[in-house]
Design a protein. Structure first.
Length: 367
């Protein structure tokens, strides 16, 4: 038993020669356990606030407004992520004949069971209401919040790492991650994971023995997604001074994340399914997000090209910004109209000057 306690918490990357020893999933304070999953979520919220307020200051928005929003958002986002997950895994939480046990199981989020899409949907709804109450631009807020969402996702996926969840199918590739089966036996979840297909027969047929323990080797999809989100974040930081219209950052995020999630979700073995269709919920939603974002980006870039709008750094609600629908705001129309009138007036004045000049020349000649 002492040998198991020493090694079953190890995580290996055998083809990279990496061994991570004694990786727990919680810390204990007396008899109270605090899951790393929850700690990482809180750190994610804090760093999201730092990134978002930095962007708010850069674009001359009120950073305190984003602190208010994040404090309001925490509970709806966690509840949305949990409800979304439970909706597609009801059989895992319903205890027949015991309503109390069912509710307790649904509320127990310390061990995982949060879906990012549910959190984002709840966040969008909360943001729409917040913006209407505060009378601020939802689209501009979405652009700013994109930086916080990405940093939260980059960190949040490492909660899956500590819980040994959200991994992919069997692989023996260079990036293969080996997890001892004893880890799942230790908390009594191995049978359930095998029964539900999270741990597949192919994984069991290809177990490798490391330090005397049978281990499954899988794709570390949590790491793939975290790195993909990091690439998106770096790109937006580099590109942010070339923003062309309000909503551009949000659309780039939705499209970019949708593309990455669609590919990565195809590798996972624990995906939420649409009934018995065999269609993965997250993969279908990712495809919809990607296609929708690309269409809206193309529409807006074409409009920008036709209007000749230059790439500018946005500073709050400026008159030259364009909404994601591609339509100009009344203020923009007024500015464009005023510009045209001014141009016409200038041309008329120039014509008058030329005529006067010709008349003066004729008068001088005649004299």
């Amino acid at each position: 038993m002492s040998q198991i306690s020493e090694y079953f918490r190890c995580i290996f990357f055998p083809n990279l020669g990496i061994t991570l020893k004694n990786i727990g999933d919680h810390i204990s304070i007396g008899s109270f356990e605090i899951r790393f999953y929850g700690i990482i979520i809180m750190i994610g919220f804090l760093l999201a606030y730092v990134f978002v307020t930095n962007e708010a200051k850069r674009t001359k928005q009120n950073p305190e407004m984003y602190l208010d929003f994040i404090l309001i958002l925490i509970i709806p986002a966690i509840l949305g992520a949990r409800l979304y997950y439970i909706l597609f895994r009801l059989d895992q939480y319903i205890v027949q004949g015991d309503v109390g046990a069912t509710i307790k199981a649904m509320l127990n989020i310390r061990g995982g069971g949060l879906a990012i899409y549910g959190g984002i949907i709840a966040g969008v709804i909360t943001a729409i209401i917040f913006c209407k109450v505060r009378k601020v631009s939802f689209v501009l807020m979405a652009d700013t919040a994109t930086f916080g969402i990405l940093i939260g996702q980059i960190l949040g996926r490492f909660g899956n790492f500590f819980n040994r969840e959200a991994f992919g199918a069997y692989t023996n590739s260079k990036m293969a991650m080996a997890i001892p089966l004893d880890y799942y036996r230790s908390d009594g979840n191995l049978d359930y994971l095998e029964r539900t297909g999270v741990i597949t027969q192919k994984m069991l047929d290809n177990v490798v023995n490391i330090d005397g323990m049978d281990c499954i080797t899988v794709h570390p999809t949590f790491l793939y997604e975290s790195l993909w989100n990091l690439i998106l974040l770096v790109f937006l930081f580099i590109y942010r001074k070339h923003k062309k219209f309000k909503g551009e950052f949000a659309l780039i995020y939705v499209g970019g994340y949708g593309l990455g999630r669609f590919i990565i979700e195809g590798l996972r073995s624990d995906s939420l399914m649409i009934g018995n269709t065999g269609i993965k919920v997250s993969q279908a939603l990712a495809l919809v997000c990607f296609v929708t974002a690309v269409v809206l980006l193309v529409i807006n870039y074409v409009r920008c090209a036709k209007k000749g709008w230059p790439a500018v750094e946005m500073s709050g609600d400026t008159e030259t910004e364009v909404e994601p629908s591609g339509e100009t705001t009344p203020d923009e129309a007024e500015v464009e109209s005023s510009g045209e009138n001014a141009s016409d007036a200038t041309e008329e004045a120039a014509d008058a000057d030329q005529k006067a000049g010709r008349q003066g020349s004729n008068d001088y000649t005649e004299k």
